[in-house]
Design a protein around this ligand. Structure first.
Ligand code: UDP
Ligand code: MG
Length: 196
């Protein structure tokens, strides 16, 4: 409660000095707006998006809930989610840089062996933080505490995918999701997990 009051007080002061037109109603709700003193670039930083997918082994092993929970608890916001059976065509576009690798045929078998759950998570530094949460590609090298380090042992069954750069994330999100499948919604924790 004290933290909440401090947040409100701080925002009131910010508004006072910035001379913004924001109403006391929206101050209390603490919802982000595109008006007022916050710049578009600030919002872009805290609204970075990344693509996370629970691969077929993760779905079969009923790890979907635990993986979602890690991202929720960390503070990211879920803006897209669906379960699907991946086609070879979609996979070859997703892994376009890997199609020439010796392990690619096995990767196709693995990734098309059952449904995947694909998600878009949003928040500050989403791509880099997610990669750290997911851990190194080879679970043998992945640290305990990461998804791969906790739930997998072999590179061919490493449970989860995470975009590796903001540019890659943008491409992957466009590949896996239609625009209308992603929701822009206001999370009441937004101001508590990030300074805007
Ligand atoms: N992979 C594999 N054998 C390898 C390297 C990669 O089966 O020697 C698979 C593994 O599932 C990995 C995916 O190919 O997650 C994509 O590889 P990438 O190098 O992009 O790793 P990631 O970005 O997933 O960590
Ligand atoms: Mg990759």
């Amino acid at each position: 409660m004290i933290i909440f009051q401090r947040c409100i007080f701080k925002r009131v002061l910010q508004q006072f000095y910035a001379g913004s037109q924001e109403t006391s109603g929206s101050l209390l709700r603490g919802l982000p707006t595109l008006n007022g003193h916050r710049s578009e670039s600030n919002l872009a930083g805290v609204r970075e998006r990344t693509l996370i997918a629970v691969k077929p082994d993760g779905v079969q092993r009923r790890l979907v809930g635990q993986i979602i929970q890690r991202f929720e608890l960390r503070g990211f916001k879920l803006v897209g989610l669906k379960m699907l059976q991946v086609s070879e065509d979609l996979l070859s576009r997703h892994y376009s840089q890997l199609t020439g690798k010796p392990f690619y045929p096995d990767l196709v078998k693995y990734m098309t062996s059952g449904p995947v759950v694909v998600m878009v998570w949003e928040g500050y530094n989403a791509v880099q933080t997610s990669r750290a949460m997911v851990g190194l590609t080879n679970p043998a090298d992945a640290q305990a505490g990461t998804v791969r380090g906790d739930f997998s042992i072999h590179v061919s069954r490493n449970v989860v995918h995470a975009s590796d750069s903001p540019e890659g994330a943008q491409k992957e999100i466009q590949l896996w999701f239609q625009g209308q499948e992603l929701l822009n919604w206001d999370c009441c924790y937004h101001n508590i997990t990030c300074e805007l």
